[in-house]
Design a protein around this ligand. Structure first.
Ligand SMILES: *Cc1c(COP(=O)(O)O)cnc(C)c1O
Length: 431
């Protein structure tokens, strides 16, 4: 029996399902998850000594790979000065200045500790700023694990749901009365959002979305979609909220809003911003952000918000992310996509990619919305996933997730990824 298998059995006794976040359990793809012993740059090594090229990167944060020298140095230095004060520190200003300088729509920003918190506070702020209660979210977008957004959510919610289209909350425990305030439209369907805004005229605080969906697999916005949402929000007095927890500092230096040239009213950030530490943020215009306590009446707080070690990691990460990094990520992504294209077509698969975010779909036509992803051959995806893992390529264990490329993949590793995924495509179709 492998060491990972033994650890999973031991974990099961004291941790529900043996994992601290559901999708880690490999429930959708079969097999047991390897327990990870350490990371080295762009690779991870499990407790049994297997080595993988890591295309998960802790689900997005580790754009610089594992144990990046500058991030390590910055966090060790910060930790040695004390782990937390619950009082303002200079590093928080530096990080806020760095974010404001990069993200086009953000004039002021508040730091928190997880993407879930960032979207939760953004929803509250949008409701307060507009004096309205309803939120429009898009089917298959994931905005964290709090009640208001657990309605037709992607990621783990989609991975473990029965796939039924319902208007019910995405989880038991979310009150129907709360879920009712969240109305859902399909992704990439402007007319559906327009209809909802008209149906609930004067009631919609925010239209919230992932500007590139990553939590139903990677699905880019169709031409004109983000611009259309911007215009609809202006027309109906609703705030446009971009959840850039995944896309922020990932698809461009200033996130998807820079990449597509569309300015939201509020932006949620996480993942890359913390360089692998618990750090997230939400920001927008000074006018809206100044409604937060202590300046304004909208309450928001966090004991570990702006934690000095996490801030040091975030700063050390962002400082390395110059435009050449995004050119490198794009070149690596394009090389993988071009190399795989013939095999994907041959096997009736498709792929979406935005820079270093990508998903291979087990469906001939690349999906535009959640219901398309539900038509993928999930059993074939499971076989593909397990064959990739056996071939030394660590992908997210669900069709409803995006893979991420880290900076610094060598030519040899890129070839290993292409060869590993090509062989896995063959394996997925032999059964
Ligand atoms: C990961 C993610 C979240 C949730 O962030 P956590 O840090 O896991 O709470 C929210 N929105 C998007 C788009 C995400 O990808």
């Amino acid at each position: 029996m492998s060491r990972s298998t033994r650890l999973l059995a031991r974990a099961m006794d004291v941790i529900p399902g043996g994992v601290n976040s559901p999708v880690r359990a490999f429930g959708a793809v079969g097999g047991d998850p390897p327990f990870i012993a350490r990371g080295e740059g762009t690779e991870i090594i499990d407790v049994d000594g297997h080595r993988y090229v890591d295309l998960v990167g802790s689900w997005g944060p580790l754009i610089l790979g594992h144990a990046n020298t500058a991030v390590l140095g910055a966090t060790m230095a910060a930790a040695s000065r004390g782990s937390s004060f619950g009082a303002p520190t200079e590093g928080e200003i530096e990080l806020a200045e760095e974010i404001v300088a990069r993200v086009p729509s953000v004039e002021k920003v508040r730091l928190c500790s997880s993407g879930t918190e960032a979207t939760m506070h953004a929803v509250r702020l949008a409701r307060a700023a507009t004096g309205r209660d309803r939120v429009i979210k898009l089917e298959g977008c994931y905005h964290g694990a709090h009640d208001a957004v657990l309605v037709k959510a992607g990621s783990g919610v989609a991975t473990f749901s029965d796939g039924q289209a319902t208007t019910e909350p995405g989880s038991p425990g979310v009150p129907a009365a709360v879920a009712e305030l969240t109305v859902v439209a399909p992704y990439n369907d402007l007319a559906a959002v327009k209809a909802l805004l008209e149906q609930h005229e004067g009631e919609v605080a925010a239209v919230m979305l992932e500007p590139v969906a990553g939590n139903m697999g990677c699905i880019p916005p169709v031409e004109g979609y983000l611009e259309g949402l911007r215009a609809l929000c202006d027309e109906h007095g609703s705030l446009l909220v971009f959840d850039e927890v995944m896309t922020g500092f990932r698809v461009a230096r200033g996130g998807a809003q820079e990449h597509f040239g569309v300015r939201p009213d509020l932006t949620c950030m996480g993942k890359v911003i913390g360089g692998g530490y618990p750090l997230a943020a939400f920001g927008g215009s000074a006018e809206v952000m100044d409604q937060l306590a202590p300046l304004g009446p909208v309450y928001q707080a966090g004991t570990l918000s702006g934690n000095p070690v996490a801030v040091a990691a975030g700063l050390a990460t962002l400082k390395q992310l110059d435009p050449s990094c995004y050119a490198q990520l794009e070149a690596m992504g394009a090389r993988i996509e071009e190399s795989l294209r013939p095999a994907l077509e041959y096997h009736g698969c498709s792929m979406h990619r935005v820079g270093s975010m990508m998903t291979i779909f087990f469906r001939a036509e690349a999906p535009q919305r959640f219901s398309d992803v539900q038509q993928c051959d999930l059993a074939a995806f499971g076989r593909f996933f397990r064959a990739s893992l056996n071939g030394g390529v660590y992908l997210p264990p669900s069709q409803y997730e995006a893979a991420f490329l880290p900076l610094g993949l060598s030519d040899e590793q890129l070839s290993r990824v292409v060869d590993g995924l090509s062989s896995a495509l063959v394996a997925a179709h032999v059964h």
